[in-house]
Design a protein around this ligand. Sequence first.
Ligand code: FE2
Length: 424
Amino acid sequence: MLIIRNATLVDGRTGIDVHTESGRITAIGVELPVPAGAEVIEAEGWLLSPPFVDPHFHMDATLSYGLPRVNQSGTLLEGIGLWGELKAQLTQEVLAERALQYCDWAVAKGLLSIRTHVDVCDDRLLAVEALLHVKKTVAPYLDLQLVAFPQDGVLRSRTALHNLIRALALGVDVVGGIPHFERTMADGAESVKLLCELAAERGLRVDMHCDESDDPLSRHIETLAFHTQRLGLHGRVTGSHLTSMHSMDNYYVSKLLPLIAEAQVHAVANPLINITLQGRHDSYPKRRGMTRVPELMAAGVNVAFGHDCVMDPWYSLGSGDMLEVAQMGLHVAQMTSQAQMRACFDAVTVNAAKVMGLEGYGIAVGNLADLVLLQARDPVEAIRLRANRLVVVRRGAIVARTPSATAALSLPGRAPSVDWTLRR
Ligand code: FE2
């Protein structure tokens, strides 16, 4: 039995005790009696949150930065070409080793659920087999959900559809796609139809890279919302990136937003990657490229933020820190009101959990005892400080600890100042 005493919750409640037993939350309240033999964590008023959730990642490419060379142009298309070169050199062992290393980083950062796309455009399905193995290995401490992702286009690549179906048969969870990378807009629309039908037949979820482009006429999200509605896939479909929406005509967007909301299509923005890859063909003014996050939220769409890439052909930085992702999303979308900053925290926790369809997520009696104690007083401070993860709990057991951040100052002309903590 593990007990966290005197925590602050994301909704602002303070002095809260959370009791856990057999992997579940059993009680939440103020000054609850401590049963004999219980392990107690003194939260000292710090913020207790459900763990971070990354709804969009590429674990088959992660930690490969510089292999076989660095992306010189910094564009999405050179990244895709570079990934093609790297793919030919991969082995299951190397891929699994990098993925496991990333999962360790994730747990240390309180990131306990990740939806990763896995490229199925390789007749060997090497990455699929490696990540299925990783999924099983990490299951005791991290939920990994796999998306069958036809990186080279399900219609554009001759064997992609066959391989995607093989990957689903092997146990990959979600149907992916990349309509804006098909040869024509018509092929892109056809791929959306085909993949949604495939998912509907199998009772699976859909998550497509959709309109990851600065082209204001890339409108596959409209087609995705249409087929979601037609096939009754409400709440089970995600449009990832949606960056073309940044550049679309405002009148068209005013029609599009209610269609997305009506179909209950989730939207995932990837702030670090969108701000890095989009607008590369612009001079000045240079577009930010991220989708219209506050407008989607205001229309009632569930919007989450993903990390997308960490040290791979598309992005040279990153550390599995979803607070960094939230901070970038906040800046790029100019979401600076108190409510909007809190919404950015939700985008990497509860909203992302909805995208993945996680059961038992959140701090409530009966839910899974998955928790992260942050060295911050509230969600906004957590984003501002990219707060320390003091304790990470999975199914009622401590899986990671980070020492409290303090600094001892010795400044000329000033009284000694020691044990300065971030609480001030
Ligand atoms: Fe992606």
